[in-house]
Design a protein around this ligand. Structure first.
Ligand code: NDP
Ligand code: GDP
Length: 335
């Protein structure tokens, strides 16, 4: 029997890689897409991975529970991956209420719609290492207390606990993946890795001369999205639902990540990086470092891609995109 998966946030970085992974496993893949006047452009990541024609897209929004309920009733998914979110920390201070509606309450909309219509569906919630915020332990595991530092992180904490609560209250197969930062050529350009690789490629091609950044002393545990979506899938293949940290176990400053990108492109970092105080955040998460021991032991999962390989892949992809923009204009049919 072919398994059916429904992914919210399928047009995002993780949604695209997860769709690709599930198709490779023989799944029928459905995705919820929110209506936008940029229809077509929204599909660019699925186009990049060459999977747009193989997935079924539906109109639904996480803040509209009725749209989720209708979709669940129509698709009757075996697995539901809730990846949709207002996912950018900096924006969460500009739009804290929207962030709460989508990133927090949206999780309850999805869980409640499943509980009412198809409670045996296995559920994955995209939780975040940002929930650790002001870290309470040097290495963060499933047992580390949380201390969120942004409206985004507070919203994710709600999403995490409501997932645990539906598992414990209603016996639903609901798992929460506490994923540390993961990047790829499909990362949004507002996030620091992609901002750096895109900026470095532009400098290399003579399109600009500077790259403006905020706190480059911040440290993150960065992995590759392609590796991390495999952990999401593995969580839903377990007999028991549970919570797992997914991380590499290595932390690096933004500064050193920049250095990798600059060295790969052959440009002198000190000539081009400008520190812009406007880009500092009202409250910072200084350092994150994950302990993925449980995922290794129970799921057999391990990060496969080094930071160096990932950043070089991203710089190369940005060079290609900037040199031949016409080739990368998404051309997708209307929904
Ligand atoms: P992206 O920002 O790339 O993707 C977010 C997705 O959510 C997009 O498809 C977006 O649609 C969709 N979305 C936003 N608002 C709504 C809404 N109201 N209704 C329906 N869909 C909506 O994020 P990532 O792929 O990087 O991350 C996936 C998930 O994992 C997110 O929940 C994120 O917070 C979480 N996470 C990510 C980490 C990372 O390092 N990448 C780390 C830990 C957690 P559209 O294309 O229209 O904008
Ligand atoms: P986050 O961990 O989800 O907030 O991922 P980001 O990629 O947005 O940010 C990672 C870290 O890089 C944070 O500590 C930011 O403060 C820091 N940073 C420094 N300069 C920048 C910048 O110009 N843009 C972004 N997005 N982050 C920056």
């Amino acid at each position: 029997m072919t398994k059916r998966a429904l992914i919210t946030g399928i047009t995002g970085q993780d949604g695209a890689y997860l769709a690709q992974h599930l198709l490779g496993q023989g799944y029928e893949v459905h995705g919820a897409v929110r209506r936008s006047s940029h229809g077509g452009v929204a599909d660019h990541r699925l186009v990049w991975l060459g999977v747009l024609e193989d997935v079924v897209l539906h109109d639904a929004n996480l803040v509209d529970m009725a749209s989720l309920a209708r979709l669940i009733d129509q698709v009757k998914p075996d697995e539901f991956y809730n990846l949709a979110a207002q996912s950018f920390v900096a924006t969460s201070w500009q739009q804290p209420i929207l962030t709460t509606q989508v990133t927090a309450l949206g999780v309850t909309h999805a869980l409640e719609a499943l509980r009412l219509i198809k409670p045996d569906t296995r559920f994955y919630q995209a939780s975040s290492s940002e929930m650790y915020g002001l870290i309470q332990q040097d290495m963060q595991s499933e047992k580390t207390p949380f201390y969120p530092r942004s409206p985004y992180a507070v919203a994710k904490l709600y999403g995490h606990w409501i997932t645990v609560n539906y598992r414990e209250s209603f016996g639903m197969h609901a798992s929460s993946g506490i994923l540390f930062n993961h990047e790829s050529p499909l990362r949004g350009r507002e996030f620091v890795t992609r901002k750096v690789t895109d900026g470095v490629a532009r400098i290399k091609l003579g399109m600009t001369n500077e790259l403006r950044l905020g706190n480059i002393d911040a440290k993150r545990d960065w992995g590759h999205a392609r590796d991390y979506v495999k952990a999401m899938w593995l969580m839903l293949q377990q007999d028991q639902a549970d919570d797992y940290v997914v991380a590499t176990g290595r932390t690096t400053t933004v500064r050193d990540m920049c250095r990798i990108a600059c060295e790969h492109a052959g440009i002198d970092m000190d000539q081009h990086i400008v520190i812009d105080p406007e880009l500092f955040r009202p409250a910072e998460v200084d350092i994150l470092l994950g302990d993925a021991g449980k995922a290794r032991e129970k799921l057999g999962w391990e990060a496969e891609t080094s930071l160096e390989d990932m950043i070089c892949e991203m710089v190369d992809a940005d060079m290609r995109r900037l040199q031949d923009p016409i080739a990368y204009i998404p051309r997708s049919p209307a929904l």
